[in-house]
Design a protein around this ligand. Structure first.
Ligand code: MCN
Ligand code: SMO
Length: 811
């Protein structure tokens, strides 16, 4: 941990989070806290069928109930709004054309079909039962197999024999089919010493923020303006999308997101959120909607649910020569229109070579639609998908070729930077090998191996997993609402305090503190002198919010550059006031002084007052084109490429963190119970602005990776019905399930960003599923068990053990 005590810099200090004062004392302001006078309450009726035609909806009985102001069906609503606009539209992907309230057909159990607004929430929820809907059930696509009729790994090109087609106009159930190849992989495979293959896969799970979706919408008929308070990670894109749905000019729509009770990628969409918004316009009264947890589980974005077929060609020394990767994702009803999970599959297909040097690569990504909830973003967004594929391949190869799993990684890691991956992205800098060594040293691998031997001798099953990981961050996805730029406006106010207006969104990850540190550091202030303003489209410049761990790249860089503009003007004005040369000035503690002449000094407050008012800019900043203490900057990344190259490759992510992880587990083969004794991680996200927050981000990400692997499951039955509808069925990890986690921080500054920063928000969850699978497989090695898929709940582990025992003993 580098803390620059000597220079007194605020960069690299574990400053306490400024936002925690209000959050820990219950003074946060979440969307549902907004006290709108005269507000109505919204409740949404959702489909009990996974796939059905809507024959008839009758809202008349509901409308007559006491307290009900309006009840509306999808068909009725369609006269007032437009279809949901697409979140992304690239790679020839197919886009469903649907409304936020279904009109003629439902595509999953939980799709919204009608809504009510009433004087109380009770009245609204109760009125749902009075809405009559007649459905005509249709055949259900409960799996990729139902949707394609063939095994995509055996018959990737079909002919497909779908059980039914979800969107008739597509003619099939494949939303996107993307492929490219470079370096003739088939030729390399034909002559390789070893060809290794495996089929890593993950089940369906997703984020469970404490705060579900929430909206408070107010329509001002006089000004024809709409104010939407909502829980979102991207207020500006939400404004764009809501305005498009309601057909309103964007300047008359204001989206406000104050505190957000967890985003985790799940709040990067506009879907049911527009329902209360429309109802506010139609009733002319404020409308509140706070989503029940059951609806969150059935209709907020789901994630993962994919399978790989990955093959590696290795030479006799375990050098990876070529990779062929095929990834198939079960996207539920949609991954690109109402929800944006399709991009995660593209990330999986792009980054499957991982942190390893491999020059021949073929990938194919097939995104398949089924009758399940929409497929959205969730912390990791395909980086963990890629990691699971390559890390399971590396372990499989190590066992097959007879090389130590750490050694095979060591031989293949990228060590020279910048490095252009065969799949396109540029790894601008990194320390994969250093992270791997750091982790194996911290865990004392030889000692653990000895312990494992002793345990095995006693019939106990200890397992050790070690993996590498790559964290792509700062997505810049063309033709989508996830572009790559960020805005900042930095101002010193006339009293000598500062404010940062950022397009970044606070979702719990600590942007307020980090941007205050950067600004205060540039302007010679304390963090308490800097207020960070975000989450109000009427206040801050258009920006893209929080996703893809992008803040450290775009948000911090834009803030740094805008603050630098202000710093220069501050020094210029101070020089004029002190009758000195700006180059001779120093800044700190809220003051400016002439170096070496401590008596010649002035407070920033006095400079600011002089610039703005007494005497004013003519005297203090003569000739300056923008003569106030304000700076504006939009930061873009030079390592982004927009159009696919001649091979069809794109660079969707321009920043890359490095890491390695290790796990020590013990498996009880009688019960299938996995105990995680300890986890280690070494990571490198470039320069850390706040090592305390980075540390916590890693832990949070790892716990979500652990939860997804061990506990959390969104289960559908064979008829497409969701079985896990409460937090009793959908189990989350808690403090009791948290093993000790040892974190080692390495810092290799990015050569691309002005502060050397890279993103960390998702780093913890990328390698955690892989390392747990690796460790459990290692524990069960004496039984010859291969562990390729999540989850690792006791039932599943027990089944693997039983299968292996039957193989050995005969059934
Ligand atoms: N940071 C730092 N130095 C760096 C990088 C980051 O000090 N080099 C610190 C900063 O305080 C920064 C924070 O870490 O505010 C996260 O930075 P970054 O990795 O850039 O991530 P974003 O600000 O873009 O946030 C989004 C990211 C994502 S994509 C998900 S998903 C996620 C995550 O953040 N969701 C979260 N972390 C979360 N944490 C909380 N508490 N809640 C969520 O919903
Ligand atoms: S899944 Mo994070 O919001 O990119």
């Amino acid at each position: 941990m580098t803390i620059d005590e000597a220079t007194g810099s605020l960069i690299g200090r574990a400053v306490k989070r400024t936002e925690d004062r209000r959050l820990l004392t219950g003074r946060g302001r979440f969307a549902d806290d907004a006290a709108a006078i005269d507000a109505l309450h919204c409740a949404i009726l959702r489909s009990p069928h996974p796939h059905a035609r809507i024959v008839r909806v009758d809202t008349s009985a509901a409308r007559r109930l006491p307290g009900v102001v309006l009840a509306i069906s999808g068909a009725e609503a369609s006269e007032h709004w437009n279809r949901l606009p697409a979140a992304m539209d690239l790679m020839d992907m197919k886009l469903p054309s649907v409304y936020a309230l279904a009109t003629d057909k439902v595509h999953y159990e939980g799709e919204a079909v009608a809504a009510v607004v009433a004087e109380t929430r009770y009245a609204a929820e109760d009125a749902l039962a009075a809405i009559e809907v007649e459905y005509e059930p249709l055949p259900v696509l409960a799996s990729v197999h139902d949707a394609l009729g063939v095994d995509p790994f055996e018959n990737p090109d079909g002919p497909w024999q779908p059980k039914t087609v979800l969107y008739e106009e597509w003619g099939h159930n494949v939303q996107c089919d993307w492929a490219f190849e470079i370096g003739d992989p088939d030729a390399v495979f034909a002559t390789a010493d070893h060809v290794v293959s495996c089929r890593p896969a993950a089940h369906r799970y997703s984020g469970v923020p404490l705060e579900t979706r929430a909206v408070v919408a107010e329509y001002d008929a006089g000004r024809q303006s709409l104010k939407v308070r909502m829980s979102t990670q991207f207020p500006h894109q939400a404004r764009t999308l809501i305005a498009a749905v309601l057909g309103l000019p964007e300047p008359s729509v204001q989206v406000v997101a104050d505190d957000v009770g967890g985003g985790f990628g799940n709040k990067l969409q506009v879907d049911s959120e527009v329902i209360p918004t429309l109802l506010a316009v139609l009733t002319g009264r404020p409308v509140k909607w706070f989503e029940p947890r059951r609806d969150w589980l059935s209709s907020a974005p789901h994630s993962r649910d994919y399978a790989h077929h990955i093959q590696g060609a290795f030479d006799s020394d375990g050098r990876l020569l070529a990779v062929r990767e095929h990834l198939v994702g079960d996207e539920g009803c949609d991954g690109a229109g109402r929800s944006a999970g399709l991009g995660a599959l593209l990330v999986g297909g792009t980054y499957a070579p991982g942190p390893y040097d491999v020059r021949s690569y073929r990938t194919r990504v097939q995104a398949v639609v089924t009758n399940k909830a929409p497929y959205g973003a969730y912390r990791g967004y395909g980086k963990e998908t890629a990691n699971l594929a390559i890390e399971r391949l590396m372990d499989t190869a190590a066992a097959r070729i007879g090389i130590d799993p750490v050694e095979i990684r060591r031989r293949n890691l990228v060590r020279e930077f910048p490095y252009e991956m065969s799949s396109g992205p540029i790894l601008e800098s990194g320390s994969f090998a250093e992270c791997l060594e750091a982790v194996t040293e911290a865990m004392d691998l030889p000692a653990l191996r000895r312990r494992q031997e002793e345990a095995r001798a006693q019939g106990r099953h200890l397992g050790i997993g070690v993996i590498s990981f790559l964290e792509p961050s700062a997505a810049a996805i063309p033709m989508s609402v996830f572009n790559g730029y960020e805005s900042a406006s930095v101002r010193i106010t006339p009293d000598g305090q500062a404010m940062v207006l950022t397009g970044m969104q606070a979702i719990g990850q600590g942007v307020e503190t980090a941007l205050a540190q950067i600004t205060a550091d540039r302007l010679g202030m304390n963090t308490d002198d800097v207020r960070v303003v975000y989450g109000d489209t009427n206040a801050v410049p258009y920006g893209l919010g929080a996703f893809a761990s992008r803040g450290a790249t775009y948000g911090m860089s834009a803030t740094h550059e805008a603050a630098t503009q202000v710093r220069e003007k501050l020094l210029k004005a101070s020089a004029n006031l002190l009758e000195a040369n700006p180059d001779d000035l120093e800044l700190g503690g809220g003051e400016v002084w002439v170096a070496g002449v401590p008596t010649k000094r002035i407070t920033i407050a006095d400079v600011a007052k002089a610039v703005y008012l007494f005497p004013g800019p003519y005297a203090t900043l003569p000739g300056e084109p923008n003569p106030t203490l304000e700076g504006n900057y939009v930061w873009t990344n030079p390592n982004v490429s927009w159009a696919p190259d001649e091979h069809g490759r794109v660079r969707l992510y321009p920043a890359h963190g490095s890491g390695a992880q290790a796990a020590l587990v013990e498996v009880d083969i009688e019960t299938g119970q996995v105990s995680i004794e300890k986890l280690w991680v070494a990571h490198d996200v470039g320069k850390m602005i706040n090592p305390g927050i980075v540390h916590a981000q890693i832990i949070g990400g790892m716990m979500q990776g652990l939860g997804g692997t061990m506990f959390e499951q969104l289960c559908y039955d064979d008829e497409g019905r969701l079985l896990t509808t409460t937090l009793n069925d959908y189990q989350l990890p808690n403090a009791m399930s948290a093993p000790p986690i040892e974190i080692l921080h390495l810092e290799t500054p990015s050569p691309v960003t002005p502060l050397g920063t890279k993103g960390v928000g998702e780093a913890g969850c990328i390698g955690t599923p892989s390392v747990l699978l690796s460790a459990v497989e290692d524990a069960l090695r004496p039984l010859g068990v291969r562990v390729e898929r999540t989850p690792l709940d006791p039932q599943r582990v027990r089944a693997l053990v039983r299968e292996a025992q039957n193989r050995v003993d005969g059934p």
